[in-house]
Design a protein around this ligand. Sequence first.
Ligand SMILES: C[S@@+](CC[C@H](N)C(=O)[O-])C[C@H]1O[C@@H](n2cnc3c(N)ncnc32)[C@H](O)[C@@H]1O
Length: 436
Amino acid sequence: MSAPDDRPLAVGDRIELRIDRPAFGGGVIARAPDGRVVFLRGAAPGDTVDAELVEVRKRFLRGRVVRLTPGDGRATVFCPYASSCGGCPWMPIPLADQRAALEAHVRRDLQRLAGDGAGAVDWAPIAIAEPARGWRSTARLHWHAGRIGYRAAGGQAVVDVQACAVLRPPLPALFAAIREALGPHLSGRGTLRITADPASPSGTVEVRPAEGEQAGLRDALRALVEGDGPCHGAVWFTGGRSESFGRPHNRLDGVLHPAGAFVQAHRAGNRLLTAAVLDAVAAGPAGPVLELFAGSGNFTFALAAAGRTVTAVEIDADAARALENAARRRGLGDQVRAFASDAGRLTPTILSTLPGGPSVALIDPPRTGARRAVGALAGLGPRLRRVVYVSCNPATLARDGRLLVERGWRLAAARPFDLFPHTGHVEVLAVFDRGA
Ligand SMILES: C[S@@+](CC[C@H](N)C(=O)[O-])C[C@H]1O[C@@H](n2cnc3c(N)ncnc32)[C@H](O)[C@@H]1O
């Protein structure tokens, strides 16, 4: 079925499209005969597809690929789930094209922020982290109705995935062990976060059933950890309470992270990013650093090793405690202070650790950005001269950067990092300086 020429396109119409370019965040873009953009998944630029329209809006359409004629610009798809699983929507797109698209997207979003001063911005090329397969050292999996895997492309359903091609060792073994040990006990729905410990042949799992107590699952989890396999620790969350089994943490680049805490997924990429963060801080003014959204100290201890005094703020109490304990164990109790607190509320207690105020702020918020935290930073005294902003979402980075620019700050430098190959996502390091 196809749309007749004389009526507007409607849901259910089938149209032929030539795929034009990658869509930021996953998927690809084509142009419909009426000029509107069409978002699709499972294709690569240069492919020709028959698409069924599943959403029709004034400005854009969404389609589902029903037949695909490959173009000659495709990459080898190395996962049998690539067309149904939502994890790696850009797998059919060559890595060089993925990176060019990410770089262009970041530049477009931030260029608007730089305004007339765009010429003065130090735009560094995208940093590339290898490997692009087997790179993921942490992943959030879902279970529902007997299926264990990732969310479906463009939907909420869970795709049952027997093995995931982008997990790095020991996660493939850990995933297999979880399927075997926990699979028979996974009723209802819930999430599993698996994280690798690169220094050992094992990792951790955090289990969060969505509904009620599940005694069988809890017992199976304990047995999994107590066995001799690839799971050395677990955290079990139900009813707002948590219980730990085994060693519920991992050592990543010398920093101990609790099983449920945030960790950067690409280890080599994290090292590139950390080095760039250190350079950006070092190139700013000397003096104490205020680090917001600090996690368990991924950047904190690198800054401390470079001689900086750091006050770190993190809302996840387990992560903040791990950071504080690690500082004490390393004899850095006076140099590194940690607060389990909301980064949007810089309390007098937090600020009292920074007499005279910080000279540099380092922030690394989640995808939702740091609107309140940036507002709080903008209200700090004139000693604060540089904000180093690490972002996994250029849209919220641009929004928050606008707040700084409106208060007299300028974008000095920006660099994208390809830390999530095949996903259509990107990490960005942006540096803002006070004054012209
Ligand atoms: C992208 S992670 C970065 C963590 C750390 N910088 C790293 O590289 O591992 C964002 C962190 O912000 C924390 N977070 C989220 N909302 C927060 C808030 N309102 N205040 C403080 N921390 C928050 C999360 O718990 C998470 O650890």
